[in-house]
Design a protein around this ligand. Sequence first.
Ligand code: SF4
Length: 341
Amino acid sequence: MGFDQHELALEEPQEGAKDLQTVNPLDYERVLIFFSGGKDSVACVLHLLELGVPKERIELHHHLIDGREGSELMDWPVTEAYCKAFADAMGIPITFSWKQGGFEREMLRNGQPTAPTMVPVGNDMVAIGGEGPVGTRMKFPQLAASLNVRWCSSYLKIGVGAAYITNNPKFVQGKTLVITGERAQESASRAKYQTFEPHRTDNRTGARIKRWIDHWRPVHAWTEQQVWEIIERWRIAPHPCYRLGWGRASCMLCIFGSKDQWASAAKIAPKKVIRIVDYEQQFKVTIHRTLSVEQLVAAGTPYNMDERLIALAMSTEYNEPIIVENWTLPAGAYGEGCGPT
Ligand code: SF4
């Protein structure tokens, strides 16, 4: 069978079942949760378990923003280990995918095609693509809702997830329910998302390959309070960044970072932030329209951060319990969300 990552990867969602009011995850052979490690994706997992979806039908899937080829530019070092620890604590399998070289290689494209995407097929990781049209970026993604210029979301998450589904033959067997954790409350653009629709990789009426993939956003209507309530109910330790003061678990050096987040990142990972500053100077284009990262750091106030939590967040190991005895609301709850991902 000829699976092709570009087959449907960046098409608009199809019309169809989007008016469906009730989604029954038990109607599906498998439930694939795109799991960032952030609070909303944790809430999705817990919600599905509360709905009685058997763990054997659930798979968590995480996209590694920096890839696994040595770049450490953008993400929290602990994120992969936290996602794995959460999956293990829940007794649910987790898989990973990434664009080779991650964010940094994509940003440094200079007359080159986008790198291959690594997706799991059986017990192997398979490289998909890499021979596409040449292009040049040599700048950070732009701060915009449009995924055309905010290329990190489309190239490092959405396209990678689509490549996984369109290149792994298991997804042509039975129906798959894809789950993501966007909430309407986060932004005006997210408020417009459908709660339920065929996923961009759906091809249920295809002549050659039939693939039934629905996309459900089960926490779309939830408030942040509901998200923290379900996490408290299950006594789940949130990603360490929330405990440091971040309101959102995105890339550590997310392009949407507030001045206080940049100042906090500069305090705990000065070398990482200097690399961003160096790239801004090299590209002669700053991330923020008017302020350089250096100016954002100077204008911000670092959070009041605990040394033990800093060490945990900056480690590639997560060696604390996921289910905790005494759950407390993290410092970053109800704080600065800072931008869509
Ligand atoms: S978290 Fe921020 S920097 Fe990372 S992929 Fe999303 S928008 Fe881009």
